[in-house]
Design a protein around this ligand. Structure first.
Ligand code: ZN
Length: 144
């Protein structure tokens, strides 16, 4: 089990390196990357690795560290936001409801405004919004 564990670790490190490299190269300079802070989310880390929660927790932490390092070389920035409601909030009207999301079907349907889409796409839209909010807040600081 120990041998399998370290092989998985190396595999994940390789994958993390490739993905973070591809992201930074694809988006280029002056990019804001918005990640969900998953360090306290048990259900998510369980999905990544079936048995070893510690490994999977450090896997997402390593991804973040690698991305932060590579992004900083390109004058880019990585921020993390709390994952609460990211996939439960309607990006159209802001209505938050657990039942907006059907996890099994990967379908999001807002109980308030009827907006529908893939649930992961909804999550991405909400993260994008949080990124825009961050930029807006910080450009105010610079202007003052
Ligand atoms: Zn809505």
């Amino acid at each position: 089990m120990k041998a399998i564990g370290s092989r998985e670790n190396r595999y994940c490190t390789d994958v993390n390196h490739s993905i973070t490299k591809a992201l930074v190269e694809h988006y280029g300079r002056n990019t804001l990357f918005v990640l969900e802070d998953l360090s306290n989310v048990r259900s998510v880390t369980k999905k990544v690795f079936i048995k070893d929660r510690y490994v999977s927790a450090s896997w997402s932490y390593q991804f973040r560290q690698l991305l932060e390092y590579k992004a900083s070389m390109k004058q880019s920035l990585v921020i993390t936001v709390p994952p609460q409601y990211t996939s439960q909030m309607s990006p159209k009207c802001g209505h938050i409801d657990k039942s907006n999301r059907n996890k099994k079907l990967h379908l999001f349907c807002c109980k308030n405004c009827g907006y529908q889409s893939n649930d992961n796409r909804i999550g991405a839209m909400n993260l994008f919004k949080k990124g825009l909010n961050y930029i807006e807040e910080h450009s105010k600081e610079v202007a003052e």
